[in-house]
Design a protein around this ligand. Sequence first.
Ligand SMILES: Nc1ncnc2c1ncn2[C@@H]1O[C@H](COP(=O)(O)OP(=O)(O)OP(=O)(O)O)[C@@H](O)[C@H]1O
Length: 334
Amino acid sequence: MSDETAFAQAPAADAAPIVTEPIRPGVPKVDPILIADGVTRQFGGNTAVDVEHVEIPRGKITALIGPNGAGKTTFFNLLTGFDRPNTGTWTFDGSDLAGVPAYKVARRGMVRTFQLTKSLGLLSVLENMRLGATGQLGERFLPSLMPFLWSRRESEITDKAMELLARFKLDTKASDYAASLSGGQRKLLEMARALMSDPTLVMLDEPMAGVNPALTQSLLGHILGLKDSGMTVLFVEHDMHMVQTIADWVIVMAEGKVVAEGYPREVMADQAVIDAYLGAHHDTDLGTLTGQLAIAEEVGISDELIEQIEEELEEEAEEETEEETEDATEGGSK
Ligand SMILES: Nc1ncnc2c1ncn2[C@@H]1O[C@H](COP(=O)(O)OP(=O)(O)OP(=O)(O)O)[C@@H](O)[C@H]1O
């Protein structure tokens, strides 16, 4: 928060406080799972990340927000070993992680979701899940799908993948191309895939982008479910409704730096945050059907398939709405 004299207020009477010191950028957490110091990343003359000190609270849902180009994704990439910083150190669960490659970071329990790239979209849903089991997802790992490289763990991995797909209601899509999924289903797949390596910290990159409104509740429910099962969640998101609905803590980045943090209600009321960020995003509507088309175009699938998706969208939206209504009527707030 910009007001450094503001003291921490617990969000609910029964919830343990996240901080006990006055709230300010970089404020120490009562129980941090991730602590980063002096992390910088430059691209040419542009400083993309310049984080002096930040701590992520354990067992909570933390939102990382900020305007386009603020450095959120680059910071994610650095923390998870997919990019190397110019300077900086960070610890995860007490152990030093700086310089540790991505697959080892994932094995230690910190995973991030990935948007479906063109090639991942051309794999089946189940194949995408199997990649998650390696804990080192990326196109360079595609050779691991070669049958002769598969270990005897294959059937265990498949069983686990199918269990998770069932939990995310994607089991009937297991052999479909991932590119044929709706925007919301893709996000569910990204999340399910991250869970293949049994993480303790899950980092979600724009989980609501391109999500059909009919799947929004389900997705939010799944994210809350991660916290309920003891995981820590850190997510980047432009959808302020989502941030206010599920985040326990909010960290604001601008021009590579952490410029504000705090409980969602206080951060959203911070005039500096509103001026720098929220005003520009008030009209952002990420829960539209067109978001799905944007993703389809982004992954470069054919015009024909895009047309097909377009035709199926309305039908699918109706079905999903019916499913959600049924779930709600059955008393499940999933
Ligand atoms: N590989 C790269 N090469 C050069 N510049 C980069 C690279 N990746 C990121 N940048 C630059 O670093 C800055 C931070 O980008 P980043 O994508 O991390 O921001 P962001 O907060 O995630 O933005 P958005 O909300 O739009 O995704 C931007 O100025 C961007 O242009």
